[in-house]
Design a protein around this ligand. Structure first.
Ligand code: 9WN
Length: 455
């Protein structure tokens, strides 16, 4: 390894991926595996556009916002009705059963609330040129948060629940395993369905058939209840509070407070949401023994003691106390995430010695660019600059070596297992966030910059 990154080459490669994946004003997360618009993907994607085409960023988010449900939910997918290459498509979700659904076809679940944070970053980047867009985005994001607090937080804890693994974005996380295993599915009662993902990516990198049966079972339940939230909450066998989702919500609340003040909006309710969420993450999701924040299974009534990269996310919103910050840092740098002799790229999505660890199966071990981007900001916010540099360097190193993949094996060398990029190639948020990460790397010569770790 030569110790430098070819910044110009990476930048032009990233922009070319985004150009190829861009459709009519929005961007596919991946060329064939994910051919529709996803909510949190678009949030990350526009952070790349913000560096060279701000208008594209606005158009992309407007395409998502126009699909907001009447109750405020931003759906996890906005479908391209011409596209037939993804399961489950609009004909499976049948969201027209709900009077809350927009006329444009969408899925019937949501995705992590990154949009407040993203809007504030666009404003910081665009200045006056972004003001009108931000004024447009503010009520949309506030209505989304209001939906989460009013319809997803029955005990007013400040921790909205997820009712499908796909709402987390970390869809195949081992945190869901026990809860999904408890759901008894009689296949003969499920509609016949055909997975399309396995025609693009090998099964060893994707969820199992038993997982998909449960994903489908939950969608059938939602459809049967015409997407009525209160009834779903009463009947759904999968209800989770999630440290990544909650931390993004807290961080986006913080952003809305800042934007609302600047726009002259009343931010009283947002302040209350923010205080409630911050306190609840601290009280309910911290696990002292694990030195990490965990998920909470509302059906089982217990914390799920599975160590995932989502457990570091409260740093992003500045939530942990000083002593917990130090504990989190120790966990991050311990053999559990960094490997026994530092042989892992940070940050594996599941601890490498964990029982469910798999270096190539999505969300069960691989490193993800969006999580690293978030954790890089989180570490910087808390003053852990050396560790933030390490996460940024590891991310760029993986991309420089293997390309703009969806996810990467955490192993630096083949001594412990497979090495390389997995899932889809030409993955949009990997490209977009590379553009943003490179902007943080000094590049006096315009061609090379420090960023690689010795292997
Ligand atoms: C289901 C689009 C999405 C990402 C998720 C990732 C994957 C979908 C799938 O792709 O999920 O939503 O079919 O596997 O897990 O984080 O938003 O890129």
């Amino acid at each position: 390894m030569n110790g430098t990154l070819d910044v110009a080459e990476l930048l032009s490669g990233a922009k070319a991926v985004l150009d190829r994946n861009r459709c009519d004003g929005w961007t596919r997360p991946a060329p064939t595996l994910y051919p529709h618009q996803w909510s949190w993907d678009s949030g990350f994607i526009v952070l790349g556009y913000a560096h060279y085409d701000l208008e594209r960023a606005f158009v992309e988010l407007r395409s998502l916002f126009r699909a907001q449900w009447g109750n405020g939910m931003l759906p996890h997918i906005v479908f391209d009705p011409r596209e037939k290459g993804y399961f489950p498509g609009p004909e499976f979700w049948e969201t027209e059963r709900s009077p809350e659904a927009p006329t444009h076809p969408t899925s019937g679940i949501t995705n992590p609330p990154v949009h407040g944070l993203v809007a504030s970053l666009l404003w910081r980047r665009g200045g006056d040129a972004a003001r009108d867009f931000v004024a447009e985005a503010f009520p949309v994001v506030r209505a989304f948060h209001r939906y989460l607090y009013e319809l997803r937080d029955p005990h007013h804890e400040g921790l909205p629940f997820l009712r499908h693994p796909w709402e987390s974005g970390t869809d195949n996380s081992p945190a869901w395993d026990e809860a999904l295993a408890r759901i008894e599915v009689d296949r003969s009662t499920l509609p016949a369905y055909e997975r399309k993902d396995l025609t693009v990516v090998s099964g060893e990198q994707r969820p199992t058939r038993a997982d998909y049966d449960r994903y489908v079972f939950l969608i059938e339940l939602f459809k049967g209840l015409a997407y009525r939230e209160r009834e779903i909450q009463a009947e759904c066998p999968f209800l989770f509070q999630d440290p990544l989702f909650a931390s993004l919500l807290a961080r986006s609340n913080e952003a809305l407070l800042e934007l609302g003040d600047a726009l002259g909006e009343d931010v009283g309710e947002i302040r209350e949401w923010q205080q409630a969420t911050t306190a609840a993450v601290e009280e309910k999701l911290w696990d002292e023994e694990m030195g990490l924040y965990c998920h909470y299974d509302l059906i089982a009534g217990e914390r799920v003691r599975v160590a995932t990269s989502s457990g570091f996310a409260p740093l992003l919103a500045g939530i942990p106390t000083e002593s917990r910050r130090r504990r989190l840092l120790a966990t991050l740098e311990s053999p559990r995430f960094a490997g026994s002799s530092g042989e892992c790229y940070l940050v594996p999505s599941h601890e490498v010695d964990g029982p469910a660890f798999d270096p190539v199966k999505y969300w069960r071990g691989p490193v993800w660019v969006n999580v690293n981007w978030l954790l890089c900001r989180a570490l910087e916010r808390c003053g852990f600059h050396r560790q933030a540099d390490r996460v940024r360097g590891d991310t760029l190193d993986l991309i420089a070596h293997h390309g703009f993949h969806e996810y990467f094996s955490p192993f630096r060398t083949a001594a412990r297992g497979p090495v390389g990029g997995y899932g889809s190639a030409d993955f949009s948020w990997s490209a977009a966030l590379t553009v943003d990460l490179l902007a943080g790397v000094s590049n006096a010569a315009g061609a090379t910059a420090p960023g690689r770790q010795a292997s």
